[in-house]
Design a binder for this molecule. Structure first.
Ligand code: SF4
Length: 365
């Protein structure tokens, strides 16, 4: 068995840590790129959402490098994600690829017995003992928590840094070094070192940078290629960004869901505008918009793929939040046709607007 998985932001580091720790053969697809999108868009139904196409591209690039089994989380929720693996399987089969899929889903949807059955397909490939398998999971969780924390801090500190570009450089170096590690323990050590380095970044606390929340559909905010590297662009502009959804957030959310204790602050914040679960992360998007305003951010950018059903619902609610709370929110919709120049122009126009509002408040307008 040679496993592979699609990229999903920092989740790839956790997957790498698990397979290294379990000593299982695997292929990491090349970081999501134009080629992957071209391949995926070519073989996908046109109206499918962008994540489906990029993920299909990831799979095909991995299969071409020898992968024969795909590991993916499932979702039986009311949006297209629930159909992803079935459709991916059909497309790959039609293309003549002989691959197995292992879909990790919630026990409430597939039953605990079936879940254990699917997990054992992977763990039976590992030569290490049970105690070490649990240790590996522990380290993988540490890896993703540390990586997310480093990313959160560097993205926010970018607005305060004294040496321009230092935060971005450190974050990218950290990620590329992490891909070179050979064991989860080694990766944890490396990330701890980088976390220390982040704490030593020289900052000017007197600066008052723009602070913007990145909200919206989870894949397009986690996977940088799909949003045209918007957070990197904002770092270049000296803007501090805050994002609530990270892979480590997702792990915690999934673990607390059976107890109905997941994401309480986000759910509370969304209650007035969207009290129901509508699939995807539509409810989270609404809650995050409300929270960002409460936390004193200057604005929010919602990102989602063309045709994303839950985010279309949130997009229709965001103007009410914006009006009630005098809080600017811009929506950016992405697909394979999105042109970088138009995307950047909209971001710059939004930053201009926020700067003027900030100055207006500062000078008592
Ligand atoms: S949340 Fe939106 S983009 Fe993601 S799978 Fe569902 S419909 Fe597609």
């Amino acid at each position: 068995m040679k496993l592979t998985f699609p990229h999903l932001g920092n989740a790839s580091f956790a997957a790498k840590a698990i397979f290294d720790g379990l000593n299982i053969d695997y292929v990491i697809p090349p970081l999501s790129n134009k080629k992957a999108l071209q391949i995926g868009a070519y073989y996908s139904p046109e109206e499918m959402c962008l994540p489906f196409k990029i993920i299909l591209g990831n799979y095909i690039q991995s299969i071409e490098s020898g992968a024969d089994t795909v590991l993916i989380t499932g979702s039986c929720g009311p949006c297209r994600f629930g159909e992803y693996c079935e459709l991916h399987m059909n497309i790959l089969k039609k293309l003549g690829y002989n691959v197995d899929f292992i879909v990790i889903d919630y026990p409430k949807d597939i039953g605990i017995k079936e879940l254990l059955n699917r997990i054992s397909k992977i763990s039976s490939e590992s030569p290490i003992n049970t105690k070490d398998k649990f240790k590996t999971l522990y380290y993988a969780n540490k890896v993703v928590t540390l990586m997310d924390r480093i990313e959160q801090k560097t993205r926010y500190l970018a607005g305060y840094e004294i040496n321009k570009g230092e935060c971005k450089l450190l974050l990218h170096k950290c990620k590329s070094d992490a891909f070179e590690c050979n064991s989860p323990q080694e990766m944890v050590q490396l990330l701890k070192k980088y976390e220390g380095a982040v704490d030593n970044i020289k900052i000017d606390k007197n600066k008052n940078p723009l602070k913007i929340a990145i909200i919206g559909e989870i894949y397009t905010i986690l996977e940088p290629f799909s949003n045209l590297y918007i957070e990197d662009k904002l770092m270049d502009y000296g803007v501090s960004t805050k994002r609530y959804l990270y892979p480590s957030w997702w792990v915690k959310d999934a673990a607390l869901t059976p107890l109905k204790l997941n994401s309480l602050s986000i759910k509370n914040a969304s209650r007035k505008y969207l009290p129901y679960y509508i699939g995807g992360f539509g409810r989270e998007c609404v809650g995050e918009a409300v929270l960002s305003q409460k936390q004193g951010l200057h604005g929010a950018i919602q990102i989602f793929p063309v045709g994303c059903m839950p985010e279309i619902v949130s997009k229709s609610i965001l103007p009410s939040i914006s009006k009630d709370k005098d809080f600017p929110i811009m929506s950016l919709i992405v697909d394979e046709m999105t042109g970088e120049a138009g995307f950047v122009t909209r971001i710059e126009a939004f930053l201009d607007l926020l700067e003027r509002r900030k100055d207006y408040v500062l000078y008592g307008g």
